[in-house]
Design a protein around this ligand. Sequence first.
Ligand SMILES: Cc1cc2nc3c(=O)[nH]c(=O)nc-3n(C[C@H](O)[C@H](O)[C@H](O)COP(=O)(O)OP(=O)(O)OC[C@H]3O[C@@H](n4cnc5c(N)ncnc54)[C@H](O)[C@@H]3O)c2cc1C
Length: 562
Amino acid sequence: MTRRTDVLVVGGGVTGVGVARDLAMRGADVVLVERDRLAEGTTGRMHGLLHSGARYAVADPESAEQCIRENAILRDVASHCVEDTGGMFVSLAGDDQEYFQEKLAACEAAGIPTDQVTPDVARQIEPELAETVERAFLVPDAAIDPFRLVAANAASAENHGATILTGHDVTDIDVSGGTVEGVTVATESGDTEEIEAAHVVNAAGPWVDAVLDGLSVDVPVEPAKGAMAVTNSRPVDTVVNRCRPKGEGDILVPHETTAILGTTDEPIDDPDDFDESRREIEFLTEELAEMVPSLTDARLIRSYWGVRPLYDPDADGGDSTATSRDFAVLDHEARDGIAGLTTVLGGKLTTYRLMAERVADEVGDKLDLQRGCRTGTEPLPGSRGEVDVREIMDRYEVRSPVGARTSERLGDRTEDVLDSGSPNPVVCECEAVTAAEIRDAIDTSGPDLGAVRMQTRATMGTCQGGFCSHRLALLLPAEYDQETVWEELEALLAERWRGQRFSLDGDHLSQVALNRALYHLSLNVRQATSERVDLDFERYDGGQPRGELSSGHEGGSQEGTR
Ligand SMILES: Cc1cc2nc3c(=O)[nH]c(=O)nc-3n(C[C@H](O)[C@H](O)[C@H](O)COP(=O)(O)OP(=O)(O)OC[C@H]3O[C@@H](n4cnc5c(N)ncnc54)[C@H](O)[C@@H]3O)c2cc1C
């Protein structure tokens, strides 16, 4: 049976789920298709900064103004995704002091509040700051969790009637007589499906041009890669930015139990095929250690790269740090004579809601939707709940800091998730995640342990899943067969390994060796030629044990890839 919908959204990053939610709230029938899992593209590989706009204030004032407005809105409607860390811009001895003044003036012009502090006060706030800090000012930057934000938007879109299909790859946009009729998708199971749609929104991030392949349409996307590295601790509690014009290796973002070093900015040709090197990670450490010297000896637990879908109508493949962070909504009817097709690209995660609103305004006009935008005021699921952490800790016997971290992540869903009646041990000690949270994520994501990781942060701390990956696998309910459980465990471990391959020194090398011994030597995970030993841990629900993960399974995809 062919599916039919008003709007088909391509891409399950923050832009796509934002568009799906906004249009569903306006009463449209919406289907979102994502080729992989949600937040698997750029959105899951960004820096975690809720911009105040100060970074763009001098070079890109329009983006700066958008950021400060959206920053205030997201603190309100997505409060459980935001940590109010505050931000600081510092200027070191030898840095251009005129630029410091220019930045302060530009922030004021863009409506970004600033508070200049002395170097001593800056070091009281952040004791790890270098002695060479000469000037500093504070701005309302914050940390944001992209996975939680995407999950909340997707849940809200579904609550408003949208359908979200992961593992659905759009292979063609079907056009007849100059009008879009729908799309053809290839599913994970190898089937081909046609989905009819009155309108298609292309929100495929750096892949927007690939989605349009086959149509005579050219979109000005300039993909640019950026490297990031994660420390096992939080040397700063404030977002620390270097106040200088060039934007590489100049920002450190505290994120949950870690901090993220970033970033670089280099044009690439193909978002699916680009070089990742240890040198880029060394560059970040060296540059950022000028602001925070203790980073020289920091334990890096992983590194990762993302690709910006920059919008550049004048793209020439040159310096992409100069490319605008503004976004574009392209109406292909007016532009290319193809009715029923819109592409959205550029922007930031911080401005995703505004981007979605602009897309929904345009599509809403075409489809004659009567309702307007409500995403600026209606909280996302989980946001803005009044959670009494002490009371929750007593009632559900979760101890601090586990209770505090659980309620920070879940917001007003905390009680619903903890109220399962099953025993609730801590599963991931590094990130203080209990079995109840894992079960809740499995309920929404199925057996995909990568999606469970994104939703809960389990396996994302210091040991990188060394002590909890098997526990996640054992919480998969008995309806999933042993083969599925092994495959999911292997995929999770392979993904964790991929991010650690440039962290093979110092203390973290011992951790990687231990993880390998635990999973590869003891359990024979990914040893295609030898038999696995049995796993007979008790299931974490304390009820009937899952039994055993039997021996003899032949694992075996390539090391380091999923
Ligand atoms: C290094 C780096 C650091 C960043 N840091 C920040 C930051 O700190 N703060 C901030 O606000 N912004 C930041 N950004 C920008 C921000 O991450 C992006 O603007 C945003 O995540 C883009 O989201 P998106 O949904 O448009 O794209 P994506 O997240 O890439 O989503 C597109 C989706 O489309 C899917 N797709 C592709 N082709 C198909 C197909 N044929 N069929 C179905 N699905 C398909 C992909 O799998 C993907 O999931 C950063 C970006 C980078 C690269």
